[in-house]
Design a protein around this ligand. Structure first.
Ligand code: CA
Length: 261
């Protein structure tokens, strides 16, 4: 899932900011320009260690999760408190499931490289239809009027939820430089939050300008013991009615409710 066209930007940043000996570390620790925030943990909930989390959303008292990998992709309705999967639909093995979002009575799921999105009935999780797009599918969320998707680059695409036509494309920048590897997404209080692949950072993005307003540094969220065998942080969900922000990651044993400091 490496997005190679983005590498020159990262290399430029590394050359500007760190000695060559630290390049490998710097590739993981994105050097942000916008202000950086920390977090406090409000609640800790169980999360399925076998779930390769690619999409996360909260709706009507449940967590909805999309998981990835060919032959292991699924969409699930999960009880927040227990982590129990109460409903699941397995995705055909030819597709690698990616981001999900709920739009009205539908649940929409991107696929990594199949270039189609799968549209399900939210109540039954049965597939209703598909739509196609060009390039890779990574994260998916929505605001009041558009679906918003990422593709591994620094771009966000805004799509018409009815026709899936692309309305506009936004390049996300920090300090004037593109921010590649935008991954799982969530709209939180009018901002677009994005996991940055292979980092512990969430970018808070102004959806009008694409400028990163701030960074949330989630380093240390998983203990060393809980970090064994996990993959990257990926998964942001927001309960707007109760102002609760949830985060997790691929194969993580826990899902956290956090407050940003
Ligand atoms: Ca999300």
């Amino acid at each position: 899932m490496a997005a190679m066209p983005a590498m020159p930007v990262m290399i430029i940043r590394m050359l500007l900011l760190v000695p060559v000996a630290l390049v490998a570390v710097a590739a993981i620790q994105l050097p942000p320009r916008a202000p950086r925030s920390s977090y406090t943990v409000v609640h800790v909930y169980p999360h399925d260690r076998s779930a390769f989390t690619q999409g996360l959303e909260y709706a009507d008292g449940f967590v909805y999760e999309g998981t990835g990998l060919n032959g292991q992709s699924s969409i699930r309705k999960v009880k927040l408190e227990s982590g129990e999967v109460v409903q699941q639909h397995d995705v055909p093995a030819e597709h690698f499931g990616e981001g999900i979002t709920i739009w009205k009575s539908d649940l929409i799921e991107l696929t990594w490289r199949s270039q189609i999105a799968l549209v399900y009935d939210l109540a039954t999780l049965s597939q209703k239809r598909t739509f196609s797009y060009l390039g890779e599918g990574w994260g998916l969320t929505h605001d009041d009027t558009s679906l918003i998707m990422s593709d591994g680059s620094a771009a966000l695409r805004f799509l018409d939820p009815a026709t899936f036509a692309e309305r506009r494309r936004l390049v996300v920048t920090d300090g004037g430089l593109p921010v590649p590897h935008l991954n799982e997404l969530e709209v939180v209080r009018g901002e677009v939050y994005a996991n940055i692949w292979q980092t512990n950072f969430i970018a808070r993005i102004d959806p009008g300008s694409g400028v990163v307003i701030g960074w949330i540094d989630l380093t240390g969220l998983l203990s060393a013991a809980d970090s064994r065998g996990v993959d990257v942080m990926n998964g942001i969900a927001y309960d707007a009615a109760h102002d609760r922000l949830f985060v997790t990651g691929k194969l993580w044993p826990k899902l956290f409710e956090i407050k940003v400091k």
